[in-house]
Write a protein that binds this ligand. Structure first.
Ligand code: ME8
Length: 633
């Protein structure tokens, strides 16, 4: 095998304090899609995922469940491990930080870094957030609270071991400048560089056992365990056998880490400096994606909007779910999940475009050629459209995969599918079939369409492996063992005479049913708040200047308002109000809510509404004309 054709991809190792959700599924399915693509391209691929099992957070979750950390982590880790095959994820290895070989590697690296003089003992006091497993500086806190968890961190003071991260700051800045792709997309590279403009503090890498025993022991001082991030990041080299395993030498230089934006700092700063200190070369790329939000809110247990991948698989089918995840998120940006959008994709892209193409072509072959692939005659000008489109898509698929723009890969594949659908319309096989001269055009047209189905199966394989197989089964290629790009580089791989059989519809259309709203509950009050707390909510009169529906959304309306200043808000009122009814209306808006993005549109505020007596929404309004920007008290 060519020495350069090696690909190593990792996902974060997930904390076992929660069950897997759509966010975990996304990263891991991206890893799978990439692995399948690189295998198709002839690479030797190693794909790893796993679970992160040490630390305060896990020990606390186990305690809450009345379980020992060991039995708790065994149980939840198994949920992750068992989930992946059900999502057609083909990881080569599943690592747990409680694995013996991992413990050994962490201790080996700790000792190595200690021996080189990069770890020292010192005292530290700071604001510690258990949720994040890290100390926060004053400036990082928002109103004294952890910005992620909205909880006040504990103040902790203790003697600990520190890693001299600061020593590598200049090296890291230089390395990122010299290797522009090291952290990508660019926005996250910039985020890391911006962070590195401040002096880097050394990293506290231990916890006294008096406080935490659930961790890997510091090899030279049994009174301490190591900090969970120092332990966790090392998984990426343990999994391929560092220091002595031969796979380490083979794969490390080709390592691609996949993560979401939440853990850029440990991966973009701690990890490269740890590697540098341990004398290990840097990973190849850090690939950072955005967050899945749900119906435009952050997913959280307390909001009760956590989306479970198996529920969606059961309801809509695995390939549709995988397709949707990769099609609807632009890698690097946030995306909003809604079942409605998923259903829309199924009906239009999958049932209409792809499913129809396959069923029409197969049906025509069965009808006109009794289920055998016909032998083509000479190609004419009309045929060039489809062969050229295939070559273009193949080139784009390969390019966009390398650029991590998976949505563009799919757009390009769908362009090809649409060219094939158009080719049917333009060549009218049903008319050719009636041609008494039987010029041979029908054979050529059907042959080209069958070949297009073969290519389509290969194109969609990384995303929808089961669908790819189902297509090949219908066109007499059930015995293809492996999907390889080399088998679709030239037109004409499908052989005349192959047996074509009709299968079930690949993607039956689905209907989106809105969940019934719960009947109104009895009066239940939220906990009392102080007057001061109420004063923190800035409510203003706003006059609607312009209003329009947010594209592709059934619910959202974009409003340009004057609330003392002109700004844009997005509100879920489209089913109850028409945009033109809104213009000129005075409404009440919370103007100091943190801005959020809804279907790609930034909303800087939220309007107030309630349930209308006859169903739907009623806007909060005024009985006299108020002044825009006026405070609502
Ligand atoms: O951070 N949208 O584990 P974790 C997209 N153990 N992806 C999401 C997501 C969302 N809403 N929520 C989570 C940890 N993810 C550490 C990692 S690695 C050495 C240690 C995905 O269970 C995404 O990949 O909190 C994110 O980076 C990861 O889950 C965080 O998983």
């Amino acid at each position: 095998m060519n020495a350069q054709k090696v690909f190593y991809v990792t996902t974060p190792i997930y904390y076992v304090n929660a069950s897997p959700h759509i966010g975990h599924a996304y990263t891991t399915i991206v890893g799978d899609v990439m692995s399948r693509f690189y295998r198709m391209s002839g690479y030797d691929v190693f794909f790893m995922t796993g679970t992160d099992e040490h630390g305060d957070k896990i020990a606390e979750a186990a305690r809450k469940n009345n379980e020992t950390p060991k039995s708790f982590t065994d149980r939840i880790s198994a949920q992750f491990r068992n989930l992946w095959p059900q999502l057609a994820v083909t990881n080569d290895y599943f690592i747990r930080t409680t694995d013996e070989n991992h413990v050994r590697t962490v201790q080996y690296i700790l000792q190595k870094v200690y021996d080189s003089g990069d770890i020292y003992f010192g005292e530290y006091g700071g604001h510690y957030c258990v949720g994040c497993e890290r100390f926060y500086t004053e400036t990082e806190l928002v109103d004294g609270k952890c910005p992620d968890h909205q909880t006040e961190p504990e103040f902790r003071k203790e003697s600990n071991y520190f890693f001299k991260m600061s020593k590598y700051q200049q090296w890291l800045i230089g390395y990122i400048h010299d290797n522009p792709d090291f952290i990508r997309p660019e926005r996250y590279r910039n985020e890391v560089l911006a962070f590195l403009q401040q002096p880097l503090e050394d990293l506290c890498i231990s916890r006294p056992k008096t406080r935490l025993t659930w961790g890997i022991e510091i090899p030279w001082n049994k009174e301490y365990v190591t900090y969970v991030w120092f332990d966790a990041l090392i998984n990426y080299v343990t999994g391929i056998g560092y220091p002595d395993g031969k796979d380490f030498g083979k794969y490390w230089a080709a390592s691609e880490h996949l993560i979401a934006k939440d853990i850029v700092k440990p991966h973009g700063i701690y990890w490269p400096t740890m590697l540098k200190s341990a004398g290990i070369g840097p990973y190849k790329n850090l690939n950072v994606h955005g967050y899945w939000n749900v119906d435009a809110s952050k997913m959280s247990k307390s909001l009760g909007n956590v989306v479970r991948p198996l529920d969606l698989k059961d309801k809509y089918g695995l390939d549709a779910f995988r397709y949707f995840l990769l099609r609807d998120m632009v890698f690097g940006l946030d995306s909003s999940f809604s079942e409605e959008a998923l259903v829309q994709r199924i009906n239009s892209d999958l049932a209409n475009d792809l499913g129809n193409l396959v069923s029409r072509v197969v049906a025509m072959d069965v009808k006109y050629f009794k289920g055998k692939v016909p032998a083509p005659k000479a190609a004419d000008e009309a045929d060039r459209k489809i062969t050229e489109a295939a070559a273009k898509t193949l080139g784009e698929v390969e390019q966009f995969f390398r650029e991590l723009t998976f949505h563009k890969v799919l757009i390009s594949i769908w362009e090809f599918i649409n060219v094939a659908n158009k080719y049917i319309v333009e060549n009218e096989p049903w008319t050719l079939a009636k041609d008494p001269a039987k010029s041979g055009r029908l054979e050529t047209v059907i042959y080209n369409l069958m070949e297009s189905l073969r290519l389509t199966a290969y194109f969609v394989y990384p995303f929808m492996p089961d669908t790819a197989r189902k297509i090949l089964d219908q066109i007499g290629l059930a015995d293809v063992k492996e999907f390889r790009f080399d088998d679709i580089r030239s037109w004409g791989g499908i052989k005349p005479g192959a047996a074509v059989t009709r299968g079930e519809a690949l993607f039956p259309r689905v209907e989106y049913k809105k969940e019934e709203e719960a009947p109104s509950k009895k009066f239940e009050m939220l906990p009392e708040i102080a007057w001061d707390d109420f004063g923190k909510i800035d409510l203003r009169v706003a006059k609607v200047m312009e209003a329009e529906a947010v594209p592709k959304s059934a619910k959202l309306m974009k409003l340009k308002i004057d609330c003392g200043e002109v700004r844009t808000i997005v509100a879920g009122i489209l089913q109850d109000y028409k945009p033109e009814e809104m213009v000129g209306r005075s409404i009440v808006v919370v103007v100091n809510l943190k801005p959020t993005k809804l279907m790609g549109v930034e909303s800087r505020g939220m309007l107030l509404a309630t349930d209308a007596e006859k169903g739907g929404l009623a806007l909060v309004g005024f009985d006299k004309e108020p002044v825009p920007g006026g405070k609502v008290r």
